[in-house]
Ligand binder design. Structure first.
Ligand SMILES: [Zn+2]
Ligand SMILES: [Zn+2]
Length: 176
């Protein structure tokens, strides 16, 4: 049965349980509580709309576009303006609670808000839509050395790598 899923583009797939989905469901409540703590510590307000957008991001393991978020938050018979969602997303990104994946034009909730501000690589699976956050001191050092050499002042240090996760059959490919 699993084979029929992978034939579909991610946008068509439902949130069927892949390891990413299970992990997301398991850690979402704690991450949401942690986000609230971050806002309290920063003395910024997690308003109802900001919270709803964050909850929507935590409710799935796939990156969501702003319009998709607006759609999920629209009450029956109501309307949610995308600008409202964009404003909430700006706030969440500013606070380090969410990230924008430029290659996907979509957003994901952060799970490493408390960790040191190093370089993070987002491993984006094109089959199941799952996104893994990977970082290491070696990666951070290597990127810092490159930036230093070029005298480049980074605003966002975020790498995006698209492909296939181990679960979807990526592990066997390319060790070159
Ligand atoms: Zn997955
Ligand atoms: Zn995958």
């Amino acid at each position: 049965m699993a084979a029929t899923y992978t034939a579909l583009p991610p946008s068509v797939m439902q949130d069927e349980p892949c390891p990413h989905a299970l992990r997301q469901a398991a850690r979402a409540p704690q991450a949401l509580a942690q986000s609230e703590a971050v806002c309290r510590a920063q003395r910024v307000r997690l308003t109802p709309i900001r919270r709803k957008v964050l909850e929507t991001l935590y409710a799935t393991h796939r990156p969501l576009g702003a319009y998709e978020i607006a759609e999920r938050l629209t009450p029956p018979g109501g309307r949610m303006a995308p600008i409202t969602v964009y404003r909430a997303l700006d706030f969440l990104i500013e606070q380090g609670l969410a990230h924008r994946l430029a290659s996907q034009n979509a957003y994901i909730a952060s799970f490493h808000m408390a960790s040191a501000p190093g370089t993070t690589a987002f491993l984006i699976c094109e089959a199941c839509g799952g996104v893994d956050e990977a970082s290491s001191t070696e990666l951070t050092h290597a990127v810092n050395a490159l930036l230093h050499r070029d005298g480049f002042a980074p605003r966002i240090k975020l790498l995006e790598i698209s492909g296939r996760c181990a679960h979807c059959g990526g592990g066997a490919i390319s060790r070159a």
